[in-house]
Design a protein around this ligand. Structure first.
Ligand code: M6R
Length: 360
């Protein structure tokens, strides 16, 4: 059932154009979206949580929701819920993002917040799993079953759904500018084609880069703003299947410590979002890494000004900034996949990991 692909992970990476389109169509017709939007718009505080890849999707919602709807959205890793609980109460809303709907850390966060009177919206890929069963409202992604332990199509479907939710929230709060709304809806309606193009354009380059990176024991994945959760997701992928130590942090932090580790040929992957302001800021961060002899790689829009500064560049389709996870994640998934294969590991069966973590 790998449909001719050597691994489920590669098959699932290639299923993304369809998965994101089906998720978007589902969301466009979902009667529960208005209910979720109303809850969010009227909420005193909005929290969003998840674990691992689902936390990265949660962070994406925090960034897009804050930027498009002008409403602060607090993201946290589900196992850290204790820290956030004291301030939560009636009138607040928690969004729990969980592909499987069974992750114990996320379920425990849900239960604790619910006990304090918080309303819960879940985003899940598995109908009637534990987290949806205990939520007030559930919005489903339509990725289909994901067999590979590494989350791939579930991340791009989660971020598609959550980006759409952020747009609807922006309409409800009245903070979303009409032109911006138009632009984002136009881009999101072609999400399937964007992902398809990213797959076609980046596969070969990611494979080539994988053979260079697979010799390294460590790497940084850096970005700013909407690119940060994507960079974190790229680092998680290469850690979990290719066993390369990868650290991801917002690029402005380099000078506050991490740059001390950078020496000649140290790989630094820059995620350059579809946003000229963030791109301009990143140029300085690329320069500072280059000055230390780092091996710099960029994943960013075609025609970026960063190209000439970098050692290697993987261009992705230029689209609305909020859709950065849909385009930029693709080569990062492929990079991790090919690095694992190059090193002789089975990407479908990473050591020490289970697909669904039902223990605390
Ligand atoms: O099923 P969930 O989305 O709740 O799972 C959360 C994490 O365990 C999961 O995203 C994990 O980080 C991925 N398998 C990593 O690729």
């Amino acid at each position: 059932e790998k449909s001719g692909y050597p691994h489920f992970m590669l098959k699932e990476i290639h299923e993304q154009p369809r998965a994101v389109m089906e998720t978007l169509h589902g969301a466009l017709h979902d009667q529960l979206i208005p209910e979720a939007v109303e809850l969010l718009a009227n909420a005193e505080k909005v929290y969003v949580t998840g674990a691992g890849t689902s936390f990265h999707a949660a962070e994406h919602f925090s960034i897009t929701g804050t930027r498009l709807a002008g409403k602060p959205i607090i993201s946290f890793i589900s196992s850290e819920y204790d820290t956030y609980l004291p301030a939560a109460g009636e009138g607040d809303v928690l969004i729990v993002v969980s592909q499987s709907g069974e992750t114990m850390d996320s379920l425990k966060a849900l239960r604790a917040f619910k006990r304090k009177g918080v309303r819960v919206i879940s985003v899940s890929n598995v109908i009637d799993s534990a987290i949806p069963r205990e939520s007030h409202v559930t919005l489903y992604t339509r990725a289909g079953p994901e067999i590979g332990v590494a989350a791939t199509k579930t991340f791009t479907t989660q971020t598609t759904l959550l980006t759409y939710l952020a747009v609807r929230l922006g309409e409800a709060t009245g903070q979303l500018d009409a032109g911006e709304r138009e632009g984002i809806l136009r881009s999101i309606s072609s999400a399937g084609e964007l992902v398809k193009k990213a797959l076609e354009d980046t596969g070969e380059r990611a494979k080539k880069l994988a053979s260079a990176i697979s010799r390294s024991s460590s790497a940084y994945y850096l970005s700013r703003g909407v690119g940060v959760p994507v960079a974190k997701e790229g680092a998680l992928k290469i850690k979990e299947i290719a066993y390369i130590h990868a650290e991801s942090y917002p690029a402005g932090e380099s000078k506050h410590g991490p740059i001390a580790l950078v020496e000649k040929s140290f790989p630094v992957v820059f995620v350059i979002p579809n946003d000229t302001y963030l791109e301009t800021l990143l140029l300085g961060n690329i320069e500072e890494m280059k000055a230390r002899g780092a091996f710099t790689v960029g994943v960013g829009p075609e025609g970026s000004r960063a190209v000439e500064l970098l050692n290697d560049y993987i261009p992705v389709p230029r689209t609305h900034w909020a859709l950065t996870p849909l385009t930029h994640t693709i080569p990062l998934q492929l990079l991790a996949y090919y690095a694992a294969v190059e090193k002789g590991f089975d990407p479908d069966k990473p050591r020490n990991l289970a697909k669904t973590v039902t223990v605390e």
